[in-house]
Design a protein around this ligand. Structure first.
Ligand code: HEC
Ligand code: HEC
Length: 289
């Protein structure tokens, strides 16, 4: 039955007898080195199945002779890392906030932890560099709504601003326009006065009228001289740092609708040591008092 394999005329190599449209397949076996490597790989795989976790079973997997588990390795390493920090974490927990910066090693530890927790929890609102945005304060400068000591910052983080938390930081600028506490004319001159307070171009006659309204309506919160009040979170109106904008339309909008930004309380979401570390980090950004 079997024919002698025919030789290809051009190369002189045996053909397999397969032919397509006149093209013949040459009989070229795999090189030995390749085949051997292939067999070694198969043996390796079998060995691997026996030694390491490999096959899924109905209620788990084959554990392998070594009993290796990535999950356990990770747990062991995480535990070791926590233990390595242990001393410093405990020290941070015990050290009063204001004293943390007197211990360089502790300060470095708190800042490192505070930085990464800040990126996770705070950066979505305050920005990765804590630079803030309209309505979200810049935490790098020395202009603070609610106070810039490390204790003030820590309290802001803990209780939040205008939250449900009972001891939250709380105040509300009235909605002078929306609730018709002031007429549009009175709001316009008050805005001129705020422009004057902050050293911007303004209409002097209108600002003088606005000053009258300011003393009656605004000074209680923003202060007689407009420097603000950190008990009430009311901003300094004499500088060029604005939470909502310092142009005439933006100031008018602030007076018209009132303002009251909200920041979540973290006491129930972060552990005390983490809150401390973040407070130290924010205080150290440059504007801490
Ligand atoms: C959901 C957005 C949001 C998140 C998240 C957030 N904040 Fe705030 N934060 C605000 C807003 C809005 C204000 C300004 C509130 C106001 O107008 O009084 C604020 C104010 C502050 C202030 C007071 C600034 C000042 O001038 O007194 C500090 C400090 C602060 N945030 C720190 C943090 C830290 C630290 C975190 C992370 C643990 C954080 N914030 C997370 C929105 C947020
Ligand atoms: C009950 C206290 C209170 C009174 C009264 C009050 N404010 Fe305010 N004002 C605040 C607080 C608090 C904020 C900041 C709100 C926030 O952080 O979101 C604010 C914010 C502002 C801002 C925005 C500042 C910025 O940085 O963008 C302007 C402008 C302003 N007030 C002007 C006035 C003027 C003008 C009056 C009087 C007509 C007035 N306020 C009356 C508490 C008050």
């Amino acid at each position: 039955m079997s024919k002698r394999p025919e030789l290809d005329a051009v190369t002189g190599v045996e053909t397999t007898g397969h032919e397509w449209d006149g093209i013949k397949e040459l009989n070229k076996p795999l090189p030995r080195w390749w085949l051997n490597t292939f067999y070694v790989c198969i043996l390796w795989a079998v060995g691997y199945w026996m030694v390491y976790p490999a096959w899924p079973t109905l209620n788990g997997y084959t554990p392998g002779l070594l009993g290796y588990s990535q999950r356990e390795t990770l747990a062991r390493e995480a535990k070791a890392a926590t233990q390595a920090q242990g001393g410093l974490r405990d020290l941070l927990a015990r050290t009063p906030l204001a004293d943390v910066r007197n211990n360089p090693e502790l300060l470095r530890f708190a800042t490192a932890g505070g930085t990464s927790s800040f990126q996770t929890n705070c950066a979505p609102c305050h920005g990765r560099g804590a630079q803030g945005a309209v309505g979200y304060p810049n935490l790098n400068d020395d202009d603070w709504l609610w106070g810039g000591s490390v204790e003030d910052i820590h309290k802001t983080i803990e209780v939040g601003i205008r939250t449900e938390q009972t001891n939250t930081r709380l105040s509300q600028m009235p909605r002078f326009g929306v609730d018709k506490l002031l007429s549009p004319e009175e709001i316009a001159v008050s805005a001129e006065f705020v422009l004057a307070l902050s050293g911007q171009a303004h209409d002097a006659a209108a600002a003088a009228k606005g000053g009258q309204i300011y003393s009656e309506q605004c000074a209680a919160c923003h202060g007689e001289t407009g420097k603000g009040n950190s008990e009430l979170g009311s901003p300094n109106l004499t500088d060029r740092i604005w939470l909502y904008g310092g142009s005439k339309p933006e100031i008018t909008e602030s007076i018209q609708t009132g303002r009251g930004g909200m920041m979540p309380a973290w006491a129930r979401r972060l552990d005390p040591v983490t809150m401390k570390a973040i407070a130290v980090y924010v205080h150290n950004l440059g504007g801490g008092k």
